[in-house]
Design a protein around this ligand. Sequence first.
Ligand code: PEP
Ligand code: MG
Length: 894
Amino acid sequence: MVRSERYVYRFGNGVADADDSMRALLGNKGAGLVQMSRLSIPVPPGFIIGTNACHHYFKHGTLPPSLTKEIKAAMQWLGETMGREFNNAQNPLLVSVRSGSVVSMPGMMDTILNVGLSQSSIDGLVSQSGSTQLALDSYRRLIQMFSAVVLDVPKGDLDQVMTAIYANHSSGGLLSDDALREAIHQLRAVVLRSTGEEFPDNGDQQLQLAIQAVIESWSNERARFYRRLNGISDDLGTAVTVQAMVMGNAGAESGTGVGFTRNPSTGEKEIFGEFLANAQGEDIVSGARTPVSIASLKRSMPDVYEELSAIVMQLEQHYRDVQDFEFTVENRKLFLLQTRSAKRSAIAAVRTAVDMVAENLITKDEAISRVNPASISEILAPQLDFTTSYPTLLTTGIAASPGAAVGRIAFSSAEVVRMAKQPDHDPLILISHETTAEDIHGMALAAGFLTAHGGATSHAAVVARGMGKCCITGAKEIVIDKAASVLRIGDQTLHKGDWISLDGSTGRIFSGQLLLRAPDEKNEALQTLLDWTKDIATLDVRANADTPLDAVQARIAGARGIGLCRTEHMFFAPERLPHVRAMILASSTEDRQAPLEQLLPMQQHDFEALFREMSPLPVTIRLLDPPLHEFLPSLDEARADLENAAITNREVRKFKQLTERIQALTEINPMMGHRGCRLSITYPEILEMQVKAILQAAINVIREGYKTVPEIMVPLIASAEEMSWLRKRIDHVASEVFAHAGMSIPYLVGTMIELPRAAICAHTIAQYVDFASFGTNDLTQMTFGLSRDDSSVFLNHYLEHGILPSDPFVTLDREGVGNLIRIAINGLRETNPEIKIGICGEHGGDPASIHFFSTLGIDYVSCSPARIRTARLAAAQISRNDSHISEMPSLMAT
Ligand code: PEP
Ligand code: MG
């Protein structure tokens, strides 16, 4: 005989037809109720219709035929348990019908309370509860909820009735019996007007329609949107909980509350939450009346408070996690309605994880897995404080570097520099179409950057992350009128010097001066948690650091070396730029020597500082990468300089030479042009200067007693022939330096892999290198053929329409770019099994991408100092084979 599938599982009053292992079937809420019932915690009894019924409904368009019989039997049991009867006018059984998936989607689906009540059973409820008020109030709530959810009566029309009734009749937020009767009368009239039929007063009909509506709410617009936003599968389906009503609205010794076992903002161990006397659940959410703190129960109902504290602590011990619970008190009798793992701030997540280890509730490994790595920036960077103000949101751009900045508007780097010269100046925000390497001085002085163009790896974004500053890019609604020193967003106009507030963690831009909450850099719990990762992580985290100051921050954050030093950033210091320009303007190799000789000691000095700071950890220094024109002024600036200078023949000659050179170096497509290793091939003397500076610096610090093995990295290699040519040059310069110094030291030569050709031909390139590091910014750009600097406008459309799952410059595209990396790693290891492999693009600081890289067996990721702690935590979670990343949607949902 074929047994039909089971859909209904009972709980409460000593019965539990299921257990926690059936969470996917029961949903989170259902599983919590079953578990509480197993722990003998008082829950109103009821039953769960499993997600299998929902799957059936969406597959066949109807509920499973056998479900009706199962529900009938369960309702019979429930009536007997409660000493009441469903659909009985004298002694009615009322139930709630609630949704609940295995992933929490708060507020997205529907709930209906007081199902089973009708005009004819109001008197029965009065004699059951002794309260006319309760009976009338429960019935008007049923009409409101049921009509909106099941009968599609416009919620606004129903709310309007209640708003008017409250306005005219309420005293202290409560309604008299007459007012409630009037409300019921008017609500029923709205239903009749809207549907053409009377409100259904038959319990069976109510129950069936309510169950169906709750199941259907799985695919309502907002639920589907929420799932898309949080990466939750549409296939999970919702369970339905049908549960005996307990009446929080039964009088002064009744009420309803929500709470947490620990403070969800700070993590402090205290029961935290709200209670509203004489109320049902939705009253707390609706804000019509103001709840009091749960702690006030200590005075008003101490026995209830004590029982509640003991129960929720028991739940925390059982689940070994902070619980978010809902409860109802009916005439001083306590019932738990829900328990689940609590959402919490990053600070609370870290603190509770560490505290729970001290309390022997969880292991260190578990504590590490409890914290979302991406949320750490909330602790370490300043945040906008919304508690005291209601700011005007101007627009939203790409959240390119987390943290927040509040300051006065400046429209160019030069303007920032000028404004920063004022004594006691306010913080400044640099706003421009985009930034270039030349803006570095203004960027160093600004508190944050906002660009109208660019994406997550545009210049402004990369520099901001490197500096640990807040940055928003691709704010495409901003129109900047530089000449008039104004920006427009819709009908708002802001001028130079006006206040603006940026939230780099969400990309939101506000007008005015919001308050800033300071970062908690010394957060002890976070330090403890990160210390624990040291024993676990197998993937090293290095820093992208260009200056000794970056190196100090990288070490404090726990970096295991420098994975990328972009040497060009050292060329922009005011005292260096003239020499760099002289080097570029030189028309022959001989003329280039003099400026290079000026630059050599400066670079050497920088490298010495880096080596000292990082000793004995590795330091990877990349040879010059950007196109040379980036170091020259624009034609407009050159002209302006000439106008300001005394017009002598010499000045004019200089101007002519400069403009010719600018024109000669101008490329239509500089990102694919004369940059990277191509510079070292056409101007080998620049490579020679840099290699000399690196090796002489290493020799000097080794002589001082420090330890270092310099790693020289060549950017933008496409072929083995390029690498072979350059390796010979580098080794030749090294032998000269060693001969001159009278000592030789070990050094490594490596390549960046940032072109698809290099990835595909990595097995041939591997013979000439000791290490390889993936520049995933350029590799993404070149693989997609998508500019990292100005594709944000259409990229947004791709993201909106789901054509791309996420911004590929933020989270690595596994299918395309990831596959190229896989091919490259296989090739590299095939030729050179000992080769050291790293990642130094921005993806090196993105937890989801780190997760992917770890599956490829790389040695390290390298990221900006501000993201090192995030990367360390992500690396530790992976090493213990943690599933945190796939669990993130449920943890992140609010
Ligand atoms: C890269 O391309 O990923 C990289 C690290 O180099 P840059 O961002 O300097 O081009
Ligand atoms: Mg690059």
